[in-house]
Design a protein around this ligand. Sequence first.
Ligand code: PLP
Length: 416
Amino acid sequence: MDHFAYRNGELCCERVALGALAADVGTPAYVYSKAALLESLGAYARAFAAVPHVVCYAIKANANLGVLGALARAGAGADIVSGGELYRALRAGVPPRKIIFSGVGKTREELRAALEAGILMFNVESRSELRVLDQVARELGARAPVALRVNPDVDPETHPYIATGLRASKFGIPYDEALEAYEEAAGLEGVEVVGVDMHIGSQLTKTAPFGDAVARVASLVKVLRERSVDIRLVDIGGGLGIRYREEAPPTHAQYATVLLPALSELGVTVLLEPGRSIVGNAGILLTRVLYRKDTGEKQFVVVDAAMNDLIRPALYDSWHELRPVDQARLAGPMEKADVVGPVCESGDFLAKDRELAATEEGDLLAVMSAGAYGFVMSSNYNARPRAVEVLVDGGRYTIVRRRETYEDLVAGETAL
Ligand SMILES: *Cc1c(COP(=O)(O)O)cnc(C)c1O
């Protein structure tokens, strides 16, 4: 269901009208739909119902405590990549036994904190990290539950910045070195080998790379079992794409259909780490038109959201649909314009050469599909306070992060 739709001539999030919301909380504002969050989480649960599984939401996509809390109460675990994300997950009420720790550069302090919290599994990305984890665990008199992140060397056919499953990437242990690394792990006193992990990239719109990668992981699990390494957990990572424009990503069911045969045969508990596909289309960035500017060469629409709020267009050249909040604009004239923010960079744009309904100063625009890798990647560049975040539930909303103030901007700094 589309949780961002026009009602009575105005774009709404669930039953909250965005015009009234903007008047209350100001712009720019991130607006999330709780129903949309729970719908995508539920779609994973249904698709993988045939096997024991835990959906460990990759919180780097959107780590707001309100978002995490809603997902945790609906049964989600968390995939974390830092000590800060561990803190967030625990604060939001994610049970430690549903937390997985991924990432190539975990520090000793972060490893210790996660061991003390009693998390489900460490996804170890190198043999050096394995040795450090073993040492930290032994110091604590603990055994760290470990999976090695294996790099299955498949091409996910996505943007190069978010492709992680190729041999040339910094992520994971090369497939043909995995057995040796597992043998070392099995001999370490501070480590208990429990799983195998993969994550091949993000915004994948085809099922074949997932299928190829899981097939490789499944054969590794079989070899490991022959060598008496008991693998109980297989983590298939995240990466399922969403529709930003005209992409046609697989449905949850299609994704599961490709993966389930190999996984059920193994008799393991399946761990999933979806991020974007849980939150991406559950959030928008609401912004107001400040100025219009015609250079003769080009038409510019200057809005109050900028690259510090949403860096994806600048970083990945990504495309986000822009919808006028006032539906009547759709019946008016169209124009071709660049939609840009106030930041002093030519890379500060939300859309380039975009055909869109002509807007006027003061109009509200919704930047669609901004729930993932939006607010979490925001910054204070140009001394811009970060946007407010709002979680909508039916006809009501909660401010789940207040807009930053100028005081917040300088908190922790010292003037000399
Ligand atoms: C980023 C990441 C994810 C989530 O990826 P999405 O494309 O957002 O689903 C999952 N696992 C790991 C290890 C990641 O780095």
